[in-house]
Design a protein around this ligand. Structure first.
Ligand code: BG6
Length: 296
């Protein structure tokens, strides 16, 4: 279903048979809502989010492409999150065994203006799909369509903002003992010690070569998010905490308590595509009751 969202921006609403739903804005190709079959919102969007170009929407799942963060010469997190994507009205079908998925394919291609900033031709196909039962599946396919014979390289992240009850009560499993780059310390390399990750201050880390499954346990809400990823070796964990929150104009002062970004990403080793080559990166989100015991 294609309709108008906040400020008249175009959005697509996906609904699955048992009541799960998702919303995707064409601005940014950005998922801004993912509700489970009970109608509960799983993603955080700031009450101060500005749904208006050129600023990216604060929350949901911004797409960082072709650059994650400040790891390059482009604007922070690249330009894909600030572009208006288009809908492919005749998308390729899903494989036969997953035919009951409801989905939309959004496409981003460079305009002449974009080409001046990043001189490469590409086709970015983002498939947003809801599986029966409500799991949210994002698949990005990026193809080098350069006609000048040149390869290009990029970094990437699904910048997912999870909605949580209280940051002090949440823990993340699947990243313990891994190496990470700390964005708060000049991107120095460290090794995570000990147990599951918990939060008591600002965090901005890029975990390297992580397992394909990461769990975010929210005790108060009795809910565990399970993030599964493919083609995306790294994982970013970000919470601005109080001081940084105050410095963000489109983010409430206390909202850091109710969000956590865990982002499937490819950062340390950029992806390089020759003309004609395609890269695929997937992120699947599901929820399970908190009695669930995680393991790899
Ligand atoms: C995270 C980065 O992914 O995004 C942080 O690691 C950054 O360094 C955060 O502050 C938010 O970025 P932005 O550009 O959306 O404010």
């Amino acid at each position: 279903e294609h309709c108008k969202g906040i400020n008249g921006l175009d959005k697509v609403v996906l609904r699955e048979a048992r009541g799960g739903s998702a919303e995707v804005y064409l601005y940014g190709g950005q998922v801004t809502s993912w509700k489970n079959i009970h109608g509960e919102e799983m993603l955080f969007v700031s009450s101060k989010a500005i749904f208006k170009p050129p600023k990216a929407i604060r929350g949901g799942i911004p797409i960082c492409f072709p650059q994650f963060g400040s790891h390059g010469t482009l604007e922070q997190h690249g330009f894909a999150r600030n572009k208006v994507w288009s809908i492919d009205t005749n998308p390729p079908p899903f494989p036969a065994n997953s035919a009951s998925n409801t989905f939309v394919d959004l496409i981003l291609k460079p305009s002449d203006e974009d080409f001046k900033i990043w001189p490469h031709s590409y086709e970015f196909r983002l498939r947003v799909a809801l599986a029966p039962g409500g799991d949210l599946m994002l698949t990005s396919r990026i193809r080098n369509t350069n006609t000048d014979g040149k390869p290009f390289s990029f970094t990437f992240a699904y910048h997912t903002y999870f909605s949580i009850s209280d940051i002090s009560e949440v823990r993340v499993e699947g990243l313990e003992t891994l190496d990470y780059l700390d964005n708060l310390k000049e991107k120095e390399r460290f090794t995570e010690q000990g147990d599951a990750i918990t939060f008591e201050s600002e965090v901005d880390k890029i975990y390297l070569s992580t397992p394909t499954k990461i769990a975010i346990l929210d005790h108060e809400k009795k809910r565990t998010f399970v993030l599964r990823k493919d083609g995306l070796p790294d994982a970013v964990v970000w919470n601005p905490w109080d001081r940084k929150a105050k410095a963000l104009a489109d983010f409430g002062d206390d909202e850091y308590k109710h969000m956590l970004c865990v982002e499937a990403a490819a950062i340390e080793k950029p992806i390089t595509l020759k003309p004609g080559e395609e890269w695929k990166g997937r992120q699947e989100l599901s929820t399970v009751p908190s009695s669930y015991c995680s393991g790899q």
